[in-house]
Design a binder for this molecule. Structure first.
Ligand code: HEC
Length: 150
């Protein structure tokens, strides 16, 4: 009996993995929003590398990264339709759907922070450091409330 249950659990696990790889999964909001956040992580990471002196200052990289962050902030809150509360290993907290307006306000904060930096464009390593700090704060604030810790 124990063996049988184990086998069933295993089949379930395989199905779960298989489904995530199925065609169409890429369009699911859980997958789209995780992809957007990965883009945000990459963009902020590129700026952090400059801030830390791992990469030389490069205006084009900074501009592209800030534009990406602004675009992500705009698109992200649209990826939480009803029915996407669970599934695809989402780390979205149920609090998002209870406080959608506040959640959107947090996304707007990121958008504004990125737009503010874009308007003047950080001109050197120190400037990029200040931008990373200002923008990173908005990431952390939202994660604190609306991202589940796994
Ligand atoms: C408006 C709220 C909000 C803001 C602002 C925000 N995040 Fe997120 N972030 C989330 C939520 C919610 C998730 C979980 C999404 C899910 O799994 O469905 C997440 C997930 C992530 C992930 C994990 C993606 C994955 O692989 O599944 C990364 C990386 C991330 N965020 C980086 C950032 C960075 C960097 C910033 C700032 C530039 C940022 N986030 C700003 C809410 C936010």
């Amino acid at each position: 009996m124990k063996m049988k249950l184990g086998a069933i659990a295993l089949v379930g696990l395989c199905l779960g993995v298989g489904m995530a790889g199925m065609a169409g999964a890429a369009d699911e909001p859980q997958v789209v929003r995780a992809g957007l956040m990965k883009k945000a992580g990459g963009a902020l990471g590129a700026m952090a590398a400059i801030a830390k002196g791992e990469k030389p200052y490069d205006a084009a990289t900074v501009k592209t990264s800030l534009t990406t962050l602004q675009d992500v902030a705009k698109a992200f809150p649209e990826q939480f339709p009803k029915g996407s509360e669970t599934g695809f290993n989402t780390e979205a907290s149920p609090k998002i759907w209870e406080n959608m307006d506040d959640f959107k306000a947090h996304a707007k904060k990121l958008e504004t922070a990125a737009a503010t930096q874009l308007a003047t464009l950080p001109a050197d390593q120190a400037g990029v450091g200040a931008a990373v700090k200002a923008i990173g704060g908005t990431c952390g604030e939202c994660h604190q409330i609306y991202r589940l810790k796994r």
